[in-house]
Design a protein around this ligand. Sequence first.
Ligand code: AP5
Length: 217
Amino acid sequence: MRLVLLGPPGAGKGTQALSISERLGVPHISTGDMFRQAIKAGTPLGRQAQEYLQGGGLVPDSVTIGLVEERLSQPDCQGGFLLDGFPRTVAQAEALDAWLASRGEGLDAVIDIEVPEAELLERLTGRRVCRQCGATYHGQYNPPAVAGKCDACGGELIQREDDTAATVGKRLEVYRAQTAPLVDYYRQRGLLREIDGSQAIERVTRAIGASLGREWR
Ligand code: AP5
């Protein structure tokens, strides 16, 4: 299956992506994770992306589209993929459509996870991520077994640089202006599956499964 996960910052895309990609056996491709890894490794891409991530703006389409096309060309994407955080602009969506069409392919569905804005703020400012493996937690909604430590690898849990209240405000503004138009873009193409993301994590997963015609327990 070729899927896109759409939704505002903090909607739960990354959280859901882990179980969806595992259940469907397709790679999870997160542009945010790709940029953060490049920044950590100090690559030229990382140096280019850093100021945009820190400020809550979008990395230019000219950089992002090429990066994703290169990733989708890898053999592990031949049987499908789950895109998380891409596309984020109409130009990115059009480029993805054109790239897939040139291979005689297309998207199967776009899963739009929607959550009220007040809740997004609470989720993002309370989010903690593992410094080592990147696993995501929340102090209240998804706490680790031992405070401050990752359940998966024991790594230290930290706050993402762009999860401060000021940067979160900017990210939500950017989402409304540049990414929200994709909801109509995909609705018009009959691909949109709208999911209530304010339910508990497991219920959201089940709703996504149902929207794809699967029964996930
Ligand atoms: P990216 O990393 O993609 O960030 P984002 O889209 O802002 O999304 P988040 O990772 O913040 O949230 P999420 O929806 O994954 O939520 P999560 O599951 O963690 O992008 C970062 C930056 O990279 C961008 O600002 C931009 O600069 C750049 N970038 C990336 N892609 C780009 C592109 N295509 N073009 C240009 N620039 C790009 O959940 C959030 C919290 O809520 C967690 O604590 C979690 O435990 C909790 N939670 C999750 N689900 C629930 C639930 N159901 N109930 C209660 N709590 C929940």
